[in-house]
Ligand binder design. Structure first.
Ligand code: ZN
Length: 788
């Protein structure tokens, strides 16, 4: 098979990399972890093991003290060797290399081990230090590590690159009342002076971003699994809610492991599997070896969850468990291939949840979960290819986004349909076997798969993986497994709606919405009315949810003011009517959530306020604490005259301490007083005030609420100016989430000019962040044109 094309792409790719990693003028090592440094170390260093001891004080204001011993094999000792440690020199208290004490200096985020202390063969480095807090996610009575992609080095001195896998042995000195889980089984707990020291077993070889632990005041639930325990840590205060969810959560973990063993032919590759439910966790989940972290609210569902919530939970659990094989057992060599582990986890999750939800139309679910998000990037001027160059790990966070989470799974389905399911499965099994406990690249997998097909996979990979935008051939494909990209559609096509299959309805919705966005090829107001006319009768919850999502964007962004005002009464009347007719609790929750978000008319707001007070109710709808809090927040924005009373009363009623901390944080962003909101926004300049990213995003959503959008224009310029700092200090999804939440409802020529002016004034601006800005401003820009 011709490999020429692919080789050429590879050469170009490597040229691009080497250009961005040229050594800087000053100092021997540039900040971060450059590709050049990583490649050099991968050549020289092997057999790494870390012995880590951390003492965590009760008070969040006091520093975490660390002690480490690092052992490794060195192939050459003629050059100094850099350890990664993003800290000030004062944070390093002692340093010994092979027994010799050295001065403690941190230069350009590295501890340099001098040549005269190193030797070929085994080396030993001992360090004492203060662990940086930022990736330890310290809260008043708990903390958790989140080191992906390159943040281990903010807490510990390490070789922070995925292809220097190491054995990790951890001991944690914690307040006596604290629980803890880590990557490996706990060997012992010893107690003294109101403190407990937890010792954990040495790990299999794992990458630094997968090392992790969770510790604090958590409740612990253990269920038996394969002759040992599977433990869940949580902070939920509602016992009924826990009881309602526990069986499903544990069962889905067990079933996911069994499914993956069957599909891959590889037994569960690590010693044990625990997980922690963390309030306001930054992501949906993170797959630390043997100790998965989840956003608590995605696993502990309220009463009568929607189909979508149940599916999302099952998919999330399946996704994180799949990472134990795809990502943790076989890891990408460099973070430019981070998408491979994400696409496999998503692909496996989709395959796995199908049999668990026989009542759901999975073809439709795949379409609605992935296509709209992928289109949103691929239709923009900031579209990026799936595989991108990455010169330094300090930019690895920017590799993440809808293209790897949503477009790559579509690509994966194409790949399976091109190769055949059996050939793909065999290829993946060979890949897991060949690279177990080690690292691999996308080209290495393409090479394995290419042997299983007469097709030119390299050329296909070039279109799908190395190029941005909609692949030309896929737009026309009629086969659902092969099409990708908007197809021409007209409003008249809606006349066929009753005869269409659910998947065909889903495709029509996507195509019509793209038609609205393509300069109004489909008239926005007429389309909104069409959606409203179909809403109450649509039986499929996934389609209903998609229709409501589109209506929310139309009504809050795309429709010009007069059209929006014309549609508003019909929108609210339709939602009330659909609520009255709903006999399904999940459907009722979905409709109610949309109504509370979109309500603007005084009668509707009054009734919602009565429901919040408990003086009115909707049949089949029980409001959990989080629902009531969200309702109070939304009403506070829509009814500014009541904002202060709403928040004060809601705060007094909150029982869960984490919910109370969140609402206290949010309160100034909900205030009717613009000066209070301005002061809150200004406080976000300080990274310390952006630490709990989910709270910040919720607050930003209220600052830039459609009802306050004119006032919020003043936040745009500083929000863009802080973006680079946000990329450096924040977690991987935060920069784009910050941008999307900030820009979402802006549409005035002035707002768009602010964003364009920002980019024009900075021709040398970070290329990845420029793309993220162009992606986020795409919809606002289209809204401006539609509203003209
Ligand atoms: Zn993942």
């Amino acid at each position: 098979m011709p490999k020429f094309c692919f080789t050429l792409v590879l050469v170009l790719f490597m040229m691009a990399c080497s250009r961005t990693t040229a050594p800087p003028e000053s100092g021997p090592v540039e900040p971060g972890v450059s590709l050049a440094l990583a490649e050099e170390r991968a050549q020289r260093v092997s057999d790494v093991s870390y012995l880590v001891h951390l003492a965590v004080p009760e008070a969040v204001s006091e520093a975490v003290a660390g002690r480490m011993e690092i052992r490794f094999n060195l192939a050459t000792a003629e050059e100094p060797l850099a350890l990664d440690f993003r800290a000030a020199s004062e944070a390093l208290h002692s340093l010994q290399v092979n027994g010799a004490a050295l001065p403690t200096a941190v230069e350009a985020e590295h501890v340099l081990l001098p040549t005269n202390t190193l030797h070929i063969g085994e080396n030993n480095v001992a360090l004492q230090f203060t662990a940086g807090d930022s990736a330890l996610n310290r809260n008043p009575d708990y903390l958790y590590t989140l080191f992906v992609p390159d943040r281990a080095r903010t807490a510990l001195p390490v070789f922070d690159q995925p292809d220097l896998k190491a054995s990790w042995e951890l001991s944690l000195d914690l307040p006596a009342a604290w629980e803890a889980i880590a990557n490996t089984p706990r060997l012992s707990v010893s107690e003294a002076d109101g403190r407990r020291v937890h010792r954990f077993a040495a790990s299999e070889p794992i990458s630094s971003y997968l090392f992790g632990f969770v510790a604090g005041r958590f409740q612990s639930v253990t269920r038996g699994w394969r002759g040992q325990g599977m433990t869940m840590l949580h902070r939920e205060t509602d016992p009924e809610k826990l009881a309602r969810n526990l069986d499903d959560i544990f069962r889905q973990h067990r079933e996911a492991v069994a499914w993956l063993e069957d599909y891959t032919g590889v037994p569960f590759p690590f010693e044990k599997l625990d997980f922690a439910l963390i309030p306001a966790f930054q992501y949906g989940g993170m797959e630390h070896v043997g100790a998965i972290q989840y956003r608590a609210e995605l696993l502990l569902l309220d009463e009568n969850p929607t189909d979508d919530e149940r599916l999302r939970r099952a998919s999330l659990i399946a996704h994180e468990v799949a990472h134990m094989w795809f990502g943790n057992l076989v890891t990408m060599r460099w973070f430019n291939d981070v998408w491979t582990k994400e696409v496999f986890a998503n692909f496996m999750a989709a395959k796995m949840v199908n049999p668990l939800f026989p009542e759901i139309d999975h073809e439709l679910n795949f379409l609605l979960r992935h296509y709209p998000a992928a289109y949103a990037v691929d239709r923009s001027a900031g579209a990026n290819p799936i595989r991108q160059a990455l010169g330094n790990l300090n930019e690895a966070g920017q590799m993440y986004g809808p293209i790897i989470y949503n477009k790559a799974p579509i690509m994966m389905r194409q790949l399976e349909s091109l190769l055949g399911a059996d050939a793909l499965r065999e290829g993946l099994a060979a890949y897991l076997e060949r690279f177990a406990y080690a690292n691999a690249t996308w080209p290495a997998l393409v090479e394995i798969l290419d042997q299983k097909t007469p097709l030119d996979l390299a050329a296909w990979s070039d279109t799908w993986v190395h190029s941005p935008g909609f692949p030309p051939d896929s737009r026309q494909a009629e086969d659902t497994a092969l099409f990708y990209g908007p197809q021409a559609a007209q409003l008249e096509d809606m006349a066929r709606w009753p005869q269409l299959s659910p998947v065909a309805r889903g495709r029509l919705l996507l195509n019509l919405f793209e038609g609205v966005l393509q300069g109004g090829a489909v008239a926005p107001e007429a389309y909104a009315r069409e959606l409203l006319s179909r809403l109450t009768a649509e039986p499929n919850q996934l389609l209903l949810s998609q229709m409501l999502d589109q209506l929310a964007v139309l009504q809050q962004l795309l429709l010009a003011d007069p059209a929006r005002e014309r549609v508003q009464p019909d929108l609210e009347a339709t939602l009330w009517q659909a609520l009255a007719q709903s006999t399904d609790a999940g459907r009722t929750r979905l409709l109610f959530d949309n109504l509370t978000q979109l309500a603007r008319q005084p009668e509707t707001l009054q009734r919602l306020h009565a429901i919040w007070r408990g003086e009115d109710s909707i049949s089949g709808l029980a409001l959990a604490e989080r629902d009531r809090i969200r309702l109070a927040e939304r009403l506070a924005v829509a009814m500014p005259e009541r904002a202060s009373a709403l928040i004060t009363q809601q705060l007094a009623q909150v029982e869960n301490p984490d919910n109370r901390r969140r609402l206290r944080f949010l309160a100034p962003a909900l205030s009717a007083d613009a000066t209070e909101r301005d002061a809150f926004f200004a406080s976000l300049a300080d990274p310390a005030n952006r630490a709990t990213e989910n709270w910040v995003l919720d607050a930003l959503g209220y600052l830039h609420h459609p009802l306050r959008i004119a006032h919020a224009e003043r936040y745009l310029e500083p929000s863009l100016e802080w973006l680079q700092d946000i990329q450096v200090t924040g977690d991987i999804f935060f920069p784009s989430a910050w941008l999307n939440t900030t820009l979402r409802y802006h549409h005035t020529p002035e707002a768009i000019a602010t964003v364009q002016g920002f980019l024009q004034a900075r021709p040398a601006y970070n290329a990845q962040l420029r793309m993220k800005i162009l992606q986020a401003v795409d919809l606002p820009q289209r809204a401006m044109q539609l509203r003209e």
